[in-house]
Ligand binder design. Structure first.
Ligand SMILES: [Zn+2]
Length: 329
């Protein structure tokens, strides 16, 4: 979508974070939903793109002393191998973030999965800082799946490390180690594929985390599912960011319980849409739709569903293996 042009000299910051969680059942003097995790570590590596290759430039690593969730949640303890005493070694979040932001400059942020930018923004917001990151973000996980021929599946960074037979000489699940592994996977993706194809996949998948990219709509109650599907149409007409009329790239088609389409705003790029019809307790039907700026995974999803629809129609391919329902991400 709103992607930044990638040329020689474009910088990427591959990053990872660890955060602590609230203790279940404990009362806090604030709304826990406003801080579902408190960041305790940021690790990052900087690369510069040059002539089809990623060149490593610099690294950043910091521990942060939590002020809200000061005792490690058992799950976080188990996964990160940290101890409560380790938490005291950190610096305040404000200082850590300002160091990290300086390190990033105008790089494109790269992470594994899409949760880190939203967690970072949540922490900034909670601690009264400007939640605008001012950087594009690329989720490397679907890019890896695309080039590894594993589209539509979600793999851990460790699975990607195994796929490329990268040395595993650091323990996973510290922000620094995971950023290092994610960076190594990123390098391998460039090494094993045509750089122009990698660049094109990256360009069509990076998002601006400061702009809402995901929109949902619940339609009115209807007596049957066909009218319920029809109510979603009005939600798909205009770009949710600018109100421009959307043009249709792949017209809506229904397969099994979902209806898909690919739309485009001439200013903001392509939007993926999916509508499902559900039944409420009273036995009435209603539509639940999502509209979001398309990422690599969405292009794959809508194209593969369309292919199946063209071949088998509304009922889809007769189930030989259990039908993989796509993730609600
Ligand atoms: Zn628009």
């Amino acid at each position: 979508m709103l992607s930044k042009k990638i040329t020689d000299g474009t910088e990427f910051v591959v990053f990872d974070m660890e955060w602590n969680q609230p203790m279940p059942g404990k009362e806090y003097p604030f709304e826990v939903s406003k801080l579902t995790g408190e960041i305790i570590e940021i690790g990052a590596l900087k690369y510069v793109y040059d002539n089809g290759e990623l060149i490593y430039k610099d690294s950043f690593s910091t521990d942060i002393v939590p002020v809200k969730y000061t005792k490690l949640h058992y799950h976080v303890k188990k996964v990160t191998h940290k101890k409560n005493a380790d938490l005291l070694n950190g610096i305040p979040f404000k200082d850590a973030y300002s160091g990290f932001r300086d390190f990033c400059g105008d790089a494109i942020l790269v992470g594994w999965g899409s949760s880190d930018p939203s967690m970072l923004k949540m922490n900034l917001e909670f601690f009264g800082m400007d939640p605008k990151l001012g950087m594009f973000f690329l989720d490397l996980q679907p890019i890896f799946s695309l080039f590894a021929g594993l589209q539509g599946t979600q793999r851990s960074v460790e699975a990607a490390v195994d796929f490329y037979k990268i040395d595993k000489n650091e323990i996973f699940h510290s922000a620094t180690a995971d950023a290092h592994y994610t960076g190594a996977v990123f390098e391998e993706i460039f090494k094993h594929n045509k750089p122009s194809e990698v660049i094109s996949a990256i360009s069509s998948s990076s998002i601006d985390p400061d702009v809402p990219s995901d929109f949902s709509f619940v339609g009115p109650e209807c007596l049957d599912s066909i009218s319920a599907f029809a109510t979603a149409g009005s939600f798909m007409k205009d770009c949710p960011l600018c109100g421009n009329r959307l043009s249709v790239k792949i017209p809506a088609f229904r397969i099994r319980k979902s209806q898909y389409a690919l739309l485009e705003c001439r200013e903001h790029g392509e939007l993926f849409s999916r509508t499902r019809v559900k039944k409420n307790k009273a036995g009435n039907y209603y539509s639940a739709s999502v509209l979001r700026f398309a990422t690599q995974n969405d292009y794959w999803l809508v194209a593969s569903k369309k292919e199946e629809f063209d071949k088998y129609g509304e009922k889809g391919q007769p189930a030989v293996k259990p039908v993989e329902e796509e993730k609600e991400s």
